[in-house]
Ligand binder design. Structure first.
Ligand SMILES: Cc1ncc(COP(=O)(O)O)c(C=O)c1O
Length: 396
């Protein structure tokens, strides 16, 4: 038999098979490039005059399918899916700002977001002022004539403070600036910032939006009036998403409301349980507790659920944390969040390790601070795991 030549092996697109049935799950289209029929068609596709795909970095069907769902969930006119949450923030910065612009940056953002908006942005001539978005009396002082953007998180890490989105949008708009909200901790199942007056919303889809610890993606949503430069910024800076990740995230998104509902109910029970663990536990932060400074605001913005994150401080600091992590066998130390199962993180040694002691203490973080991302296991399983860890601590 003749040896096959390489060109015989090389797979060729087979074309569409005629079919009378429709698959009840979306296909994954991994193609990096699409065939054009004529030069005229290629030109029209590349100019965006007709819809269709040419090159994966400029757009692909799986990103569009996922974007459509995000658009509906957020009530947004436009959505772009990016390779990570950081890429979504980069897309916002690169599409909305120019040299000489100024940013007001929440002093409680995710560390890498702060890095992008301060150290990185300043290299391109975009200056910033850090401000506390929960102090609405002093926040206006941070604005300048050239301020273009105020950037906040719906729920902060790890203190779980809740942003008053309506008031923040008013402050930004009074200064002819836009409000960009990082909604990662809340997700659209808990909060839709555009409905409260935010101009742009972004999320790390790598977290609860996908929910299965197997995707790295981001999402940026907003109105058509702010979208002129977004597709170009995403394509030119190479911020585009992968089809497989979009396909997985679309599958994950289908269960988001159920997962958030269950995780929020579990988190409420965990927060109440932790509040009863004095003197080992010094304090507990959860927006669903009446003792939380933003409890009422959270109720107004989120309804009757308060999210999946719970933070608490162990009184005996680092040694207590080490014992707790070792004893909490069923709660792995994973410095991320929004997974199916309950995980814990230690901000002082992970997300906030680069800050000085003073900066950490200003954010209420001590060496004894533990942040729990509550999952969808049975409440009994989580509470028993925590109770087991606390009893090992008292035994040791
Ligand atoms: C609040 C928040 N925003 C943005 C990001 C960045 O997202 P990604 O890791 O998908 O780039 C993270 C990641 O932890 C985050 O926690």
């Amino acid at each position: 038999m003749a040896k096959p030549r390489p060109e015989d092996i090389c797979p060729r697109p087979a074309g569409q098979e005629p079919s009378t049935t429709v698959p009840h799950a979306p296909p994954i289209q991994l193609a990096s490039v699409w065939q054009c029929e004529t030069t005229q068609q290629a030109n029209q596709l590349l100019e965006g005059e007709i819809s269709g795909y040419v090159y994966q970095r400029d757009g692909h069907p799986n990103a569009d399918m996922f974007a459509d769902q995000c658009r509906l969930l957020h009530g947004a006119e436009r959505v772009v899916i990016t390779s990570s949450g950081m890429a979504a923030l980069a897309a916002a910065v690169l599409s909305q700002l120019s040299q000489g612009d100024h940013l007001v940056v929440s002093n409680q953002l995710y560390g890498r977001s702060t890095q992008l908006l301060t150290a990185e942005a300043s290299r391109y001539g975009v200056q910033h002022t850090m401000a506390d978005p929960h102090d609405l009396a002093t926040l206006p002082d941070a604005f300048q004539d050239n301020t273009r953007l105020l950037v906040v998180e719906t729920i902060t890490n790890p203190q779980l403070r809740v942003a008053d989105l309506t008031r923040l949008a008013e402050v930004a708009h009074d200064h002819q600036a836009l409000l960009l909200v990082d909604n990662t901790f809340a997700t659209p199942a808990l909060c839709r910032p555009l409905e409260f007056g935010a101009d742009l919303v972004m999320e790390s889809v790598s977290k609860m939006m996908n929910g299965h610890s197997d995707v790295m993606l981001g999402m940026l949503a907003g109105p058509a009036r702010l979208w002129d430069r977004v597709p170009q910024a995403v394509a030119a800076w190479g911020l585009a998403s992968s089809p497989l990740d979009c396909w997985l995230a679309l599958r994950g998104l289908g269960t988001l409301p159920l997962r958030l509902n269950r995780a929020s109910a579990n988190a409420q029970l965990v927060a109440e349980f932790l509040s009863r663990q004095q003197p080992l536990v010094e304090s507990v932060q959860y927006p669903g507790l009446a003792s939380h400074p933003d409890h009422q605001l959270a109720g107004q913005q989120f309804g009757d659920q308060f999210g999946s994150m719970v933070t608490f401080n162990l009184a005996d600091g680092q040694p207590a944390v080490d014992t707790f992590i070792e004893a909490a066998q069923n709660i792995p130390f994973c410095p991320s969040l929004g997974e199916l199962s309950t995980t814990l993180s230690h901000p002082a040694s992970t997300s906030h390790r680069k800050l000085s002691d003073l900066e950490r203490s200003n954010l209420g973080i001590t060496s004894g601070t533990i942040r729990l991302s509550i999952g969808i296991e049975s409440a009994d399983y989580i509470l028993e795991s925590l109770a087991g860890a606390f009893s090992s601590m008292t035994d040791s």
